[in-house]
Design a protein around this ligand. Structure first.
Ligand code: LMR
Length: 394
């Protein structure tokens, strides 16, 4: 039986982790997988998470099942965090999922159940796992232009022209903030134009928001998602807590289905529950419970928000330092985009050959499409990276 299995291409991001581990050079720098690291290269457990875990250990009396959609208190807390006052709570069905990836997977499956013909419009580029899951589910994919390789910003004209090809029954996958892998984002005026296009074509948006709090701030990063949710008849939102709560391995995420027509809520909630049951039954609880405790306790929440803000500002500082250093070394502004990008990543916009040379000659690891994890840098490694970029001729 097993001999009939096919081999699968390695995930480009995860393959880097092993390559990096195996590299004996002490000067190696890991700018690969999207995990936050502090200046010492450590991914800390956030203070509020530690405090909540202590409380939970003392208070938790059972590990029995919770519910197919997870604890409703988690859904309520995440609804507030992501959607604020944009829509009414009774317009939203929600289910906890194993991480943001679980939410993405469930969203695609829900779309396929509702309309097997649905085409999914994805940005070129997008997070590679979006494409991989869609391929696995054999769902039709259409790419829309997104990254302008000249300016390293968004090719908004191209994007809008391509989204003009959508029709009712199609879905467009949008990154709510901090676009992965490019770091290039739409402004709110552009988001409004995307919404106008959605209303014109009748296509439905699906928003993946995995980095809320890493861009311009917790509220600011949710603004586009809220604008979309309040403007269109229906949308799906896949949110991750991995990054902004630092609970990567706990697999904490949520899928929300928003409908203007409140009478659809029972149907969408039932579908979310059903999909959870088919795929993994009950979602993991530990991370979701910590997130709920933090969001519902004024002190824990304030401490969490303050630590997240420090993380965000440190990444912005690194962006600025790298852009300044590259300006100094190159004598030009052509790397200014690094300071403009937001979130964990920036796409340098260079070739896979150059990325490979950075690895071979300088022990600098980034994804082959030239995505670098800003949080993998610190004040000491920024000048090393900048010099390597210039020496390589990028
Ligand atoms: C990334 O893009 O590096 C992260 O989202 C981690 C992952 O699972 O790929």
């Amino acid at each position: 039986m097993f001999s009939t299995l096919k081999t699968h291409p390695a995930d480009k991001i995860l393959a880097l982790i092993q390559l990096y581990k195996d590299d004996p050079r002490p000067t190696k720098i890991d700018l690969g997988v999207g995990v936050y690291k502090n200046a010492e290269g450590i991914t800390p457990v956030m203070r509020a998470v530690k405090a909540a875990e202590k409380q939970l250990w003392e208070q938790e009396t059972t590990k029995s099942y919770v519910a197919l959609a997870g604890d409703p208190a988690f859904s309520d807390a995440m609804f507030d965090l992501v959607l604020g006052n944009a829509v009414a709570r009774d317009q939203v069905a929600a289910a906890a999922t194993p991480g943001g990836t679980g939410a993405v997977r469930q969203a695609f499956e829900m779309i396929r159940m509702a309309n097997p013909e649905a085409r999914i419009f994805v940005s070129n580029p997008t997070w590679p796992n979006h494409l991989s899951i869609l391929k696995h589910l054999e769902m039709p994919v259409v790419e829309y232009r997104y990254f302008d390789s000249e300016s390293r910003g968004v090719d908004f004209e191209g994007m809008l022209a391509d989204l003009g090809q959508m029709k009712a029954g199609d879905v467009v996958l949008l990154h709510g903030c901090c676009h992965n892998p490019t770091g290039a984002n739409l402004n709110l005026t552009q988001w409004q134009q995307v919404i106008d296009m959605l209303l014109k074509t009748g296509a439905m948006p699906m928003i993946d928001i995995a980095y809320q709090g890493f861009g311009d701030g917790l509220e600011e990063d949710a603004a586009a998602t809220r604008l979309v949710a309040s403007s269109v008849p229906e949308c799906l939102i896949a949110a991750s807590c991995s990054k902004n709560f630092g609970v990567y391995r706990e697999r904490t995420g949520i899928l929300m289905a928003v409908a203007q027509d409140k009478s659809l809520r029972g149907l969408t909630q039932g579908s979310l529950n059903y999909l959870n049951r088919q795929n993994f039954s009950f979602p993991p609880d530990h991370g979701a419970r910590l997130v709920t405790m933090i969001l519902n306790d004024a002190d824990l929440r304030a401490d969490w928000a303050a630590e997240l803000e420090d993380v965000r500002l440190s990444m912005l500082g690194l962006r600025q330092q790298l852009a300044d250093e590259l300006q100094r070394l190159s004598g030009s502004d052509r790397f200014g985009f690094i300071a403009q990008h937001r979130g964990m990543f920036s796409r340098l916009g260079t070739t896979p050959e150059m990325v490979e040379r950075l690895r071979a000659e300088h022990a600098i690891y980034m994804v082959g499409d030239s995505r670098l994890n800003i949080a993998g840098l610190n004040a000491t490694t920024v000048p090393i990276l900048a010099k390597a970029i210039i020496d390589t001729g990028i």
